[in-house]
Ligand binder design. Sequence first.
Ligand SMILES: [Zn+2]
Length: 117
Amino acid sequence: MVIPVQCENCNRAFEVSDDMAGQRIKCACGQILQVADSSAVMDFLSQEMELRNDPLLAETPADWAKATGAPPEVAERIEKKMATKLHSNAGFMMALTGGILAIMLLLGLIAFLMSPR
Ligand SMILES: [Zn+2]
């Protein structure tokens, strides 16, 4: 039996043999990961099964597709759409932050130039 481990830092997924249960391993990114013991693994697996059986509880489009039996291409398309949306939001936030910084710098400069000497 293997134990699934996911790195909380870089999200890499591993499978380690169950004689590593309860021990610590080091991820390729340097993060130390605790390998769950068998009872925790069983909990995890049963939760996973529930996730797969209930489309409303699916956390990713891939899980959702598994739960609903939708073709994987549909899940992929949803995932891509979500990714582009996230990217454009991030771009917008960057532009907004940059704009605010520029205005603050400008105001600071004006205040400096107007201040009595
Ligand atoms: Zn990692």
